[in-house]
Design a protein around this ligand. Sequence first.
Ligand code: Z5A
Length: 209
Amino acid sequence: MPLNSGKLISIEGGEGAGKTTVFNAIRQYLGEAGLTVVGTREPGGTTVGEQIRELLLSPDHRIVPEAELLLMFASRAQLVQELIRPALAQGHVVLTDRFTDASFAYQGGGRGLPVAHIEALERDFVGIRPDLTLLLDLGVEQGMARAQSRGQALDRIEQERTDFFLRVRETYLQRAAQEPQRIVIIDASQPQDAVVRQVLTALARWMSA
Ligand code: Z5A
């Protein structure tokens, strides 16, 4: 896919999948290719969105699944209108650490909310899907061990039980099976340099398709 018009690329995966390293590697790769890359993350990415993120991730709150879903989409609606659409209109590449697939995986798969509600929110308040999604896939136990090895306190969602994360992973993989052209599965169980190599190979293939 030639990058001569704005494109949206998302990075997805479970806990400790290594999104941070991959994000930085993609940004550098595309920058060296002469493209303007606008990086962002979800939830968050705008002043309003970052405040919603704090609310969502603070272990101090008990948030019901429906409110959690709506807050994710409130942050996303703000991000799409304030940052993503303008950047795409200028022909930039927007690289985001998570996007709507995460709501299907966490609030749909993990929390068990009806997929039809998430599809309606996506249609009415987002209106765009990534052109390319890199799904960093990793066993749940391995991912949780990595996340814990950071030595930081776990946020509200990271404190969920293993079965929640198993459903999240399963949902991501189902979505990848449904949209193989858009969602590329990366084996994130490998060492960091091997994960980055897989990602950049997938990116190069997509750019030249
Ligand atoms: N969420 C949601 O529920 N619904 C939504 O719609 C959206 C999000 C958009 C915050 O997202 C939470 O919001 C997240 C999903 C939910 N919940 N959880 N749990 P986030 O993306 O900001 O947070 P996160 O998923 O918790 O990010 P993370 O744990 O930081 O994941 P990561 O970025 O993939 O991990 P990392 O920091 O790159 O790596 C973790 C550690 O592993 C670190 O010490 C690395 O050095 C190490 N690492 C990374 N790769 C490797 C390899 N290959 N080998 C060995 N060690 C590695």
